[in-house]
Design a protein around this ligand. Sequence first.
Ligand code: CA
Length: 372
Amino acid sequence: MDKLERRDFLKKASAATLAGGAALVAGCASPKQQEAPTVRSTRTYEWKMVTTWPPHFPILGESADMLAQWVEEMSRGRLKIHVYGANELVPAFEGLEAVSQGVAQMCHSASYYWAGKAPASQFFAAVPFGMNAQQMNAWILGGGGLKLWEELYMPFNLVPMPVGNTGFQMGGWFNKEINTVGDLKGLKMRIPGLGGKVIDKAGGSPVLSPGGELYTNLERGVIDATEWVGPYHDYLMGFYKAARYYYYPGWHEPGTVIELFANKNAFEQLPKDLQTIVRTAAARSNVWTLSEFESKNNIYMNKLINEHNVQLRQFPDEVLQTLRKFSQEVVDEVVETDPMSKKVFESFSAFRKNVTGWSQVSEKVYYARISL
Ligand code: CA
């Protein structure tokens, strides 16, 4: 802030203080108005929330359960949310339709699962070689992303918001080494979103299956490889019993956003304070989720290596460079065929450029120089 800007800022700040003071004086001058009884709505609402996760699934399902509990506590029971795991009310990947049509009022999921209905939704979950958790939150909450997300979900009669983040993910579980891009050829791998299209370009066969089916599919050889989240959650899923090599980095999901969306009519019918309570609970959950993953990933990575003989492997640079080239092509294709994706990606990439400028003089230098 230069001198002139600072002066301007101070002037505005003191004007705001004065205005606040005036309001206070005015408030004191009319005690009757101040004592007027506040009309409080006592109407209660019972909502159904569907999720993409198995019931009470660690972290993701748990956070949906906690969100419901927080909302009930904050609203003193005026908004009760009943959480349904995948397939309890509707199948894992039918949450968008269910909430759109009012079968449920809310869904807890990840937006790349709706790529078939709204290709641009993928940019609000994860973009290969895209932004990390901190940067995704910054784009969505501070860089105009949320407005575009709302615009995208408007035709579906939905109100979206971020409710969590997985943090940086791992590259996946394989039963053979990946030394060249050629090793991905013919590989049947569970990998969602834009990352799946990149694997397709590399000659593999991407499969989209919900979390609840992954272990069985990998164990029975229905799929050859799978990615899921990171060491903590992957440990809980037991993938180390069905695959030997655990690859990093998770180039396809550098900070995946977990989403919450509500039926627009239902959300707008809630009194303002209940809407705020829902948004506040979602914001708390966003921090809780990321903190759970980040605080436990390294502990569980060590468990995987030391107690279960998992072979940790880094993707060779050549593989990553080729996947990056394919990722660019995949994004170009989506953007060329879908105007909304173009609009969203323009915002995404402009923001990424902006935030990368800052990271060049902050984290990038910091991580490159520190050694523990
Ligand atoms: Ca994943």
